[in-house]
Design a protein. Structure first.
Length: 176
């Protein structure tokens, strides 16, 4: 059953989408990570710089990352990126959800679910039996979202530091 809201579309990201994706990513960080990541770091995030980084990554030859956007009424409202799982510098047979961001004004409207479902379906279609992702340990909202969609913590933790503040990540997995 496809429960994507009828007014929502998911498609491949294009270079023209880099600015709205950067706006979503910066707004997502500032909202979701408030109180988890130092305010000075969040305040220093710049949409223009992030958009240029997205564009460089998107256009990089041989880049195995797939970027998708969710659109509603012609407006980009979400972004997700996935590809091969990175274990250090080694790529494994697993897939990894690298990023999933929804504009905070569209949280709870099915955007994240549609992006996650599309990523998972595409990964399964090319033979990945398992999808992994990393999420901030204290990001309760995101952890609930992933658990609701069949992901479970697998016991792996990774240190992550932002401006001297420890914000550890936990790994989640979902099998076909």
């Amino acid at each position: 059953m496809n429960d994507t809201p009828h007014d929502l579309g998911v498609r491949e990201m294009t270079p023209a989408d880099c600015r709205p994706v950067a706006e979503i990513r910066v707004a997502g960080w500032r909202t979701a990570y408030a109180g988890l990541v130092p305010r000075s770091y969040l305040d220093a995030m710049r949409v223009t710089e992030d958009a240029e980084r997205r564009r460089e990554l998107l256009l990089k030859p041989g880049n195995p990352v797939v970027n998708l956007v969710a659109e509603r009424a012609g407006e980009i409202v979400g972004w997700a990126a996935y590809g091969p799982y990175r274990d250090g510098e080694v790529r494994t047979e697993d897939a990894e959800l690298y990023a999933l961001y929804v504009h905070p004004g569209h949280w709870g409207g099915g955007v994240g679910a549609a992006l996650l479902r599309t990523c998972a379906e595409r990964c399964e279609a090319v033979g990945h039996d398992r999808m992994l992702l990393w999420v901030l340990k204290d990001n309760v909202r995101a952890r609930r979202f992933y658990e609701h969609h069949g992901f479970t913590p697998d016991g792996m933790e990774e240190p992550f530091e932002v401006e001297g503040v420890e914000v550890p990540e936990v790994r989640y997995a979902r099998h076909r």
